[in-house]
Structure formats: C-alpha cells, structure tokens
Write a protein that binds this ligand. Structure first.
Ligand code: ZN
Ligand code: ZN
Length: 593
C-alpha cells in the first residue's frame, strides 16, 4: 500500500473515531482531527461528560464495527449559510467556518454514509478521504492515549481532550511499532543513565551540561581509546586546543555573526587598558585551521589529519534540551583532514570505511547516508560560487558511495555553504532512528583562513578540508549506545565488567584472591560485601547489567574454580580461573558483542 493512502486512512480513522465518540457522548463538541506521524488524533470538548482512557477500548471496538460495515465517504461543497446551519451546535466548527469564509476557499464537508444510504456523520473537511472503510484493515489501528490540548494551541482557549491513535498498513506493522515503543521506554537513556549511575544533571551547574559519573567516565575513556587507536592506524595526529578563542577567529571562520545565537554570549576581558572579546568554542575547526597555518606547508605535508576529542559549547534553547541527545557542552570525536584535490577520493573513502568499521564494532546493522548537494540557483548566494568544484566534489563523493555499496539518498539544495555534506542515520537494535554525525567536505573555509600549500611546481594552492566525527559527540554516542544495548554494554565497554560474590563470609578471602588475579589482567572487577543475602547480591548485579557474575563457595574454593554466570547467556557453570581469564581477555580484545 502506498504511503499517501496510509495518510488518507489515518485521517479517515479520525472521522470514524469522532463518529463513535458522538454516538456514545452526543453532547460532545468537536475540535479538529488531523494526521500525525504514525497515526492521527481528534480534539473533543466533552462538555462535562466524564471521560477517561477506560472508555478507549469500547470506542475502538465500535470503530471496528463501523469499519466492517463498509461505510462510504462522500465529499460535498456547501454554502456558508448551509455550513452555519449544519454546524449550529458545534461552536469550534463554527469558528473554523468563519475563518474559512474569509479565505474565500470553498467550504466542503465529508459525509460518512452506511449501506442504507443513511448519513451517520458529517465533518467539516477539505479531505482527501478513502472511498470506503473497506480500504481500512480493522486490526491495524489502536487508540493509544489521552492528552489535554488547548483549542488552537492557545492557553486563552478552552482545554480540549485529545485522543491519539496509531495506524499502519497491517497488524504486524502496528504490533512491531507498539513493541518498539515499549522497548524504547525501557531503554530510555535518561532512565538507564540514572539507574546505571552514568551521568547526572545538576541545577548549580546548569541545564544541558552533563556531569559524567565514574561509570560514565569509563565508557568515555573506552570510546576515546577506540577512537585514538583507529585514528592512529589511519594516520591521524592528535592535537589539543583551548575551550575559548577571540571573536576575530569566529568572524574569520564565518560563525560570527551568523551563528551568534547558537553560541554562548561573549566574555569581555579588560587587560592593559584594552578590551578583548572571547567566545566559548562552538566548533573545533578554526582552532585546527590555525594549527595547519602555524608552519608553511608543501604538497609533501598532505594529507594532514588533525584529530581531537574537542569540547564544544552551544547554546541550545532550554525547550530543546533533551537528555544527552541535545546538550550545551559536548565532547566531539572531531578531526580535520587537509588534502590536495587529487587526494580527496582516497581520503573520503577512508573516512567512510572508518564509519563502517565503527558500525561493525557496535553492531549497527541498519544505516543510511544522506548526501546533501548544491543547487545551481543557490550559487553565489547560499553556496560558494564555484560550480566546477561543487560538481567535482559531489561526483567524487557519489562515486565513492556507489563503489562501496553504501546505501545513500541525495538531498538536492541542502548542502552546507562551503561544500556537500553527509548526514548519517543509524537505527538502534530495536529499530529506533538516530542522526549520528555529519561528514562535510569544505572547499571554502580553508580559503577564508588563507590556508595554503606549495604544489609540485611551487605554486600556492588551497587545500580541501574534510570535517568528520564518526563517533559523534560522547554525549550523543553514549545516549545512543545506552538505548542500543539497553544498558547491557558489551564486555569491553561495560563500566563494571565482573562482579564477584562470595557465598558467605568464609569464602570472602578466596573471592578476594580471585578478584586480585583478575584485576591484574586489566579487567574491571568489583566484589560485593557479604552483608546482603546471595540472592539479593545477584539481583543487584543483574540490575546493574554487569556482564559477568562470579560466585564462589565451598565447592569452588576446594576445586580452585569459579562459578560463572553471564548477564545475557545465563549460567556458564564451574570453570578454572586461568581458562576464564583467557576467555574474557579475548572477548575484551575482540570487542565481542
Ligand atoms: Zn477529514
Ligand atoms: Zn570542523
């Protein structure tokens, strides 16, 4: 079934819902009933009738009966006078009619008619609608929730009751979506972040500024280790830059004045009678450009790849802050690759390969890249005026993607000012979508900073610059990973990798000996005190989603073994310590999932 049709079905379901509501609560006044993502809603004024979500299953049942009776939708255009008469006891509709009459657009209604040609319901509506309820699968929708909603979104107006419904092409899709929502709630990174003690927010520090707790900091360290390792192998060099810079730098980069409202307000420093304005850095690029410019470059110095886990600050509006996904301070897996034009393809391909390597490590199976390109009309306005270079870089990007079989879509006229960009959409283990990182080709900013290199003939050339951040920011990446793994991190990433539990006090010494031996192998292991019952300690370790729980009692002490239990795989039984250490060392170094 086509998507357009699904939209029409969703909207038709909102009429059918209104119809079922009016039948049960005839005094109800109707608001509006549009479609939304994945479904529809309708706003009702129940006019003192009490309404709770306990009524929803009954309404849903009645809707199914309506659908099965093959009702017809019929459009009619009516005059203003007819409309006013028809909706005389529907004050919200009258308000809409009044507005409509001012626009001189035709006033249309949709009738829902049964097999005996009897009109069961009329709504003011421009359509479109399905022809008949035959087109709706009665099992593919569900009424989900109630919410309060002001008429026309203004708090000066009465509060109406909004009933939401979901609708899909078939029951399977609906069930999958419901399952995904249920699972997503359990995996919410804000909820798990608190339960697993990974990060907090604090009023005195400020909104959108996460504080990473020791366990969260371990995940950060592991990700940085991974990034440093990958980048070192790929020929990157690490740099470090300060968190602030003078206004002039952001004016040169073009961030000021255009992006001033997404930056923290300036700091004015008075020194030796001179005022200087500083900004918190919103981007690492200008700093890296200055490192490039620090020494004259020749073609032999390229490609130059500068990497930094750089902390940036952006002023996101308070209403837009969301857990770790939208924050005001972020540590970015940033790097800038300066290269000659004839090195671009290879460099870009290497970046894409790095993305894919990360996806494999984290078990990200579904992803798509979106290539945003320029438009001819925008040249010299929205985009740097160099059509030849645009076409060339876009063609290079396109051919790399095709050659590597990377799924991608093109978004014409959505490029950045200075070059084509690639957004990466990934899907978590439960099918939730995330935008990870942007990968940009920049052929303009190096020029603004007057970055040069001498080519083989001793001529000055401007390098291209690739901005890339495959691991995004720690904040967004860890937010994603928490939800992707449901908090049960793979061994290499888990803040506590092993918990050892002595059955009773008399086994504590043996447990401690085992713990120390494991610790010597660079494994993060903790021991739980025997104050609590064994059952309680096991449950506690499970709540913390610790990959391995080792239990030692009389038998293990006597056999010089441990009893192993894995968070996902369950009981693995009694095993010699050296065997176990060998096994987990491999699991950690392989980054097994
Ligand atoms: Zn309609
Ligand atoms: Zn950059």
């Amino acid at each position: 079934m086509k998507k357009n049709n699904l939209e029409t079905i969703r909207h038709s379901l909102s009429h059918i819902m209104a119809m079922a509501i009016l039948e049960k609560f005839p005094k109800t006044k109707l608001g509006i009933g549009p479609t939304v993502e994945n479904g529809f809603y309708y706003d009702f004024d129940f006019n003192k009738d009490s309404f709770s979500d306990a009524v929803l299953p009954g309404i849903e049942k009645r809707m199914r009966e309506f659908i099965k009776s093959n009702l017809i939708f019929k459009k009619e255009n009516i005059t203003l006078t007819q409309a006013k008469k028809m909706f005389a006891n529907q004050p919200y509709k009258l308000e809409l009619i009044k507005e409509l009459s001012k626009t001189k657009k035709p006033i249309s209604i949709y009738k829902t008619i049964d097999s005996k040609a009897k009109t069961l319901f009329i709504d003011l509506c421009a359509g479109p609608h399905i022809k008949s309820t035959k087109e709706i699968n009665p099992d593919s929708f569900k009424l989900t929730k109630l919410a309060g909603a002001y008429w026309k979104g203004s708090e000066k107006n009465p509060m109406l009751t909004r009933i939401y419904g979901l609708a899909f092409d078939d029951k399977k899709e609906l069930d999958e979506y419901l399952e995904m929502i249920k699972e997503a709630e359990k995996r919410d990174h804000r909820k798990l972040g608190a339960e697993l003690k990974l990060f907090i927010f604090n009023d005195m520090v400020g909104p959108g500024l996460p504080l990473w707790l020791p366990k969260g900091a371990i995940i950060i360290e592991e990700l940085e280790k991974l990034a440093k390792d990958m980048e070192q192998k790929a020929g990157y060099q690490r740099v470090k830059t300060p968190h602030i810079a003078k206004e002039i730098m952001y004016k040169t980069s073009g961030h000021l004045p255009y992006y001033a409202d997404t930056m923290y307000p300036p700091m004015i420093l008075e020194e030796d009678g001179q005022k200087t304005t500083y900004y918190l850095k919103a981007m690492n690029c200008p700093h890296h450009h200055q490192i490039y410019a620090a020494e004259p470059k020749s073609y032999r110095d390229l490609p130059l790849r500068l990497a930094e886990y750089g902390t940036c600050y952006r002023y996101e509006k308070s209403g837009e802050l969301f857990g770790l996904m939208r924050v005001r301070s972020m540590q970015m897996n940033d790097a800038h690759i300066y290269c000659a034009e004839d090195q671009f393809t290879e460099e870009f391909m290497a970046v894409i390969k790095m993305y894919l390597a990360y996806f494999k490590i984290f078990g990200i199976k579904k992803y798509i890249m979106r290539l945003s390109t320029h438009s001819k009309e925008g040249l010299g306005k929205k985009y740097i005026d160099n059509e030849k270079l645009w076409k060339k870089t876009e063609a290079m990007v396109r051919s790399v993607m095709k050659e590597k079989n990377i799924p991608f879509v093109e978004a014409p006229d959505e490029a950045a000012f200075y070059g084509p960009k690639i957004d990466v959409q990934i899907w978590s283990a439960i099918g939730r979508e995330f935008t990870l990182a942007t990968n940009q080709v920049d052929f303009a900013v190096p020029e603004r900073f007057n970055l040069k290199y001498k080519d083989k003939n001793g001529k000055d050339k401007t390098p291209l610059c690739i901005h890339r951040a495959p691991l995004s920011t720690h904040e967004r990446m860890i937010g994603f990973l928490i939800e992707h793994f449901g908090g049960a991190f793979p061994l290499w990433l888990a803040p506590v990798q092993i918990k050892i539990l002595a059955v009773s006090d008399k086994h504590a010494k043996y447990a401690e000996k085992i713990m120390n031996e494991i610790k010597d192998n660079d494994v993060r292991i903790e021991m739980a005190s025997t104050d609590e019952t064994l059952g309680k300690r096991i449950r506690e370790a499970e709540m913390q989603k610790i990959p391995y729980v080792l239990i030692v009692g009389d038998q293990e002490k006597q056999n010089n073994t441990i009893n192993v239990r894995h968070y996902q795989r369950g009981q693995e039984g009694e095993i010699k310590l050296n065997k176990f250490i060998e096994k987990i060392r491999k699991e950690i170094s392989d980054k097994s999932l």
